[in-house]
Design a protein around this ligand. Structure first.
Ligand code: NLE
Ligand code: FE2
Length: 306
């Protein structure tokens, strides 16, 4: 969960980090930048003590997790399951017209149902079998260096708490619905999974500026990427696929302005990421998954990391 929202995203620190040689060298708890239980005043859950308690409980469990151990099973409350169920039902109406073909295919593998919120452990097992990826629980927003580095080791850091029920259609921060509906299906697609790993490999030993650019590349592909298909523009970015507000907005522009679509060029300066103020103003378009893969690989190779 590499995101912003409700809190100022700190610039990557100047401190020189040791390059991790395996996932064991990356901590899921030392560099959390935000989104723990300390919610900012403008967060919809700020006045909800129960909600904050629940998030710190779930966050503390994540910090205790050790690589190789099963991810703790969370018993979700009826209220939490209802949020998940509502989101799933609404999104599955939009997917046939708004989601890319490869997402529709991998989504089928998981048999998501509205009355059961899936456990990260079982999803991690499916990914491991399909593409060799694993999920690691994380308490909140992880430092971009740690988050991106972990992708090199086919590890995806995932939150386990759910968004506040007052605005299910959109949250600027990651939550378990965003991870499960946005990220996990496509990580079961071998080509997509490789794209994510390429960004991770390029980030190993990267300078502060390179990390920032890679964060943007990640943001405009894995989080908000779009692809041209025969019947129009479709979403493959997780931030689109987990938000029925933004997914609808992407194609309709009904809320007042039409988003801009631009072809992705990873060597060009990318626009500032929209963390706090709602939907993205610009989406980047790719021709196909192999187009994304070759563009990102070309950029990653230019850094001469591998
Ligand atoms: N806006 C997304 C959602 O509501 O699911 C989460 C985005 C995280 C970048
Ligand atoms: Fe995400």
């Amino acid at each position: 969960a590499r995101h912003g929202g409700y809190t100022q995203l700190a610039e990557p620190s100047k401190q020189v980090r040791k390059i991790p040689r395996s996932i064991h060298d990356i901590s899921n708890g030392d560099h959390i930048l935000g989104f723990g239980a300390e919610l900012a005043e403008d967060h919809p859950g700020y006045h909800d003590e129960e909600y904050k308690k629940r998030r710190s409980y779930i966050g503390d469990l994540a910090k205790l997790h050790k690589i190789g151990e099963p991810i703790p099973c969370l018993e979700y409350t009826d209220e939490e399951i209802k949020i998940w169920g509502d989101i799933l039902e609404k999104l599955t109406q939009l997917y046939p017209t708004h989601a890319c073909k490869r997402y529709l295919d991998t989504f089928q593998l998981f048999n998501f149902v509205p009355d059961r919120l899936p456990q990260l452990q079982e999803l991690s097992e499916v990914l491991m079998m399909r593409t060799g990826w694993q999920i690691r629980p994380v308490a909140g927003l992880l430092h971009p260096t740690d988050f991106l580095n972990a992708l090199a080791f086919r590890t995806f850091h995932s939150t386990q708490y759910i968004r506040h029920g007052s605005n299910p259609m959109y949250t600027p921060e990651p939550d378990v619905c965003h991870e499960i509906l946005g990220h996990i299906p496509l990580l079961a697609d071998p080509e997509f999974a490789n794209v994510a790993q390429v960004i991770g490999m390029a980030s190993l030993g990267a300078s502060k500026e390179e990390i920032w650019h890679l964060t943007k590349l990640y943001w405009y592909t894995v989080e908000f990427g779009t692809v041209k298909e025969r019947d129009g523009v479709k979403a493959f970015g997780a931030g689109l696929l987990s938000s029925f507000g933004e997914l609808e907005h992407m194609l309709s522009g009904e809320d007042g302005y039409m988003p801009i679509f631009e072809d992705l060029d990873p060597f060009k300066k990318l626009p500032k990421m929209n963390y706090k103020d709602g939907f993205q103003k610009k989406y980047f378009l790719c021709e196909s998954f192999s187009d994304v893969a070759s563009k990102l690989t070309a950029y990653a190779r230019s850094l001469q990391r591998f």
